[in-house]
Design a protein around this ligand. Structure first.
Ligand SMILES: [Zn+2]
Ligand SMILES: [Zn+2]
Length: 142
């Protein structure tokens, strides 16, 4: 049970109490390849009866810096374990989410310009792209 031990270590390192719900939900997010909604997590937990509890647990993990909360403008948040920093491209037709690698040079040049122009110190960024995936574009042409 390598994953369970790791999640416990991660919670301890983040300085928050280890609870079965936290280790379970953290390991679900770590194993998922796409950002999950509260409902997605509830289905994987195996109960949709405690959405509020699952939501609170996810938010606690965000506060502890272990998960990232992402807003794809769907009227609900998604949660993701940041294995490595990247961005997303979201298809507004089918909802498919693709990972986009961060281009340090381009983003850094924007951050530097902001700092130069307004003196604002950028410490992090979130960037999501919206549009149509390849499949949905093909569908539109038929
Ligand atoms: Zn699509
Ligand atoms: Zn980035």
């Amino acid at each position: 049970m390598q994953t369970v031990r790791n999640t416990k270590e991660i919670l301890t390192e983040a300085g928050i109490e280890i609870t079965p719900a936290r280790t379970h939900i953290l390991s679900i997010c770590m194993r998922s390849s796409t950002p999950l909604t509260v409902e997605d997590v509830a289905i994987k937990v195996g109960t949709t009866a405690h959405l509020a509890t699952i939501y609170r647990t996810l938010e606690k993990l965000v506060q502890a810096g272990l998960l990232e909360r992402i807003d794809f403008q769907e009227g609900k948040f998604r949660y993701e374990y940041p294995h490595h920093h990247h961005h997303h491209a979201v298809c507004e037709c089918c909802g498919k989410i693709e990972d986009i690698e961060d281009s340090q040079t381009e983003i850094t040049s924007i951050e530097n310009r902001v700092t130069k122009e307004s003196g604002f110190l950028v410490t992090r960024h979130v960037m999501e792209l919206f549009g149509l995936c390849n499949k949905c574009q093909q569908k539109g042409k038929q």
